[in-house]
Write a protein that binds this ligand. Sequence first.
Ligand SMILES: [Zn+2]
Ligand SMILES: [Zn+2]
Length: 339
Amino acid sequence: MKAAVFKGKGSVLIEEGFEKPSIQSDEVLIKVKKVGICGTDVGSYETGGPYIPGNIIGHEFSGEIVEIGENVKKLKLGNRVTVNPQIPCHECYYCIRNQENMCKLQNYALGTTENGAMRDFINVKAERVHILPENVSYEDGAIVEPLSIVIQGIRESSFKIGDNVAIIGAGPIGLFAIQVLRVSGANKIYVLEPVESKQKKAIELGADKAFDPKLWNKIVRLTDKIGPDHIFDCVGLSSTVTTSLSLIKKGGCITIIGMHDSSYEINNARLITINSITIKGTYGYTQDVYKTALSLLEQRKIKVEPIITNRIKIDEVTQMFEKLANPPHDELKVFVDFE
Ligand SMILES: [Zn+2]
Ligand SMILES: [Zn+2]
């Protein structure tokens, strides 16, 4: 079978000749249906890491169980499923406190440090598998992972009902953040995003106003010259952190979810002290959050369809990475279709 392989900086190639994986007694074999391309995939393509060259990519995915290991009790052949791609140790300080996203093996995951799902079949540990409710499609199933990132970020922030919020970046993560914050009782939601089609999408999905990042001052004016209570930075560049520090209200909280720059060059860092600003990062998600994401999709609280801009075949993946690594572009969530 074919697979999409990360080869290093600027290179994701489709290679052939992979064997259908065999399974261990605690694993299942999944016939892959949908795999999303993630901003982190594109980030590794742009910078050469942290993914390991030679590994198959794909950590946002869904599929059908076609083989079951003899020690697997709770899953059946034909189950429609999605998979939490994190690989926690279950033994460390963090894991035993239900914080598997902070496991000492941090970053250990399918599609990054281990072979991922961008191929016809993948073997996974049964305990990582979540069954899709009947009304949750395979595309919805492949969205549970990025939606979980957003829910974890909002849960770990000090966001409260009635807060005014700014979201930086209206890519898939930002667009899910708008929707989760709406469900969670945000007052006004403002968005900073340079691409016009993505600004429109932000409004469509519940934001009150969307502006080009250069016009961040408009948000200051709209909040009685105070600034938003919270900023969710779904980009993570020096420029977005700099903007956040100028925009946030005194005593406000900035949550950085996006990861682009590995170090920030910010010339207004003194505002952190002068304005008593809290900066928080979040990473990954717990199994509880994964279940919450699935439940929000089951209850139809989150719209997925408007965020899907492309459905492609595996042979188009290399070309798509070239496009995604050259912003600005109109692409949001790109699905690779294995059905
Ligand atoms: Zn991802
Ligand atoms: Zn651990």
